[in-house]
Ligand binder design. Structure first.
Ligand code: HEC
Length: 224
């Protein structure tokens, strides 16, 4: 829609930074496919087992003021956070640690930021939500959600000025926009990093430079 508008407005109009970011991303996608990076990255990735969605049926559900659903496990009393599309937001509101944005949906943001900032490894508190780019996210679910993913739930998202749509979610069956399986790549991080890849943690690299990542973050369509 925006593209059409720009076309009809004529070539003399400069394209928005956001549009440029989308172009960069589209170009990188093409490049990644051309180089076969994604295909390589995906080789040997286990397929989804179909058990992505946590069974929370027996848990007590509490709906907080902003519509978010938190769950308290009847047996352990452990909190959990089940993201709804409306719980995602402009990530530049969150703290930035090195390249990624981080918050915690259960009030443990200071703890999560401290752990990330210390850069020595460790397990993130339940409710920790991390994003590198607007259209991918990972949140730490309660213990037992998925041992394979160390209780991280991955998301592939679509974002626009009107909000966020969850394209897919789960522990092991979610694929990014380059065709790579989130878990298959993130699980390569050395154990102490709790599946956080950054650079030098053991994951295969993303075909995005630091500048491109910053540009994608700063041109998030949901940000004011
Ligand atoms: C081919 C490997 C690969 C795949 C597939 C992949 N990632 Fe990542 N991801 C990375 C790397 C590498 C980084 C760190 C990039 C950087 O900091 O420059 C990263 C960063 C992240 C971060 C920021 C925290 C961190 O780990 O550094 C999140 C959140 C994230 N990815 C989520 C996802 C989700 C969700 C998916 C699937 C929809 C996904 N990733 C697929 C490699 C991958």
């Amino acid at each position: 829609m925006r593209e059409q508008r720009q076309r009809t407005q004529g070539p003399q109009l400069r394209r928005s930074p956001r549009h440029r970011a989308e172009c960069i991303f589209a170009a990188m996608k093409t490049l990644a496919f051309a180089l076969g990076l994604v295909v390589l990255g995906a080789v040997g990735c286990g397929g989804g087992t179909g058990d992505d969605d946590d069974d929370v049926g027996s848990d007590a559900q509490v709906t907080s003021g902003d519509g978010a659903v938190t769950q308290t496990d009847a047996g352990t009393g452990a909190d959990d956070f089940v993201m709804q599309a409306s719980d995602f937001e402009c990530t530049t509101r969150w703290q930035k640690v090195r390249r990624f944005r981080i918050t915690n949906k259960l009030g443990h943001t200071a703890e999560a930021v401290a752990l990330a900032s210390a850069n020595t490894g460790g397990d993130y508190p339940v409710g920790t939500l991390i994003q590198l780019v607007p259209f991918e996210a990972m949140i730490k679910r309660k213990a037992g959600f998925s041992s394979a993913s160390r209780d991280w739930e991955f998301f592939s998202l679509s974002v626009s000025a009107s909000g966020t749509t969850i394209r897919s979610r789960g522990s092991d069956g979610v694929v990014n926009q380059f065709g790579g399986n989130c878990l298959a790549c993130h699980t390569k991080a050395e154990p102490r990093w709790d599946l956080v890849c950054e650079s030098g943690h053991g994951c295969d690299a993303l075909p995005l430079s630091a500048a491109q990542i910053d540009s994608l973050q700063n041109n998030d369509a949901r940000c004011p």
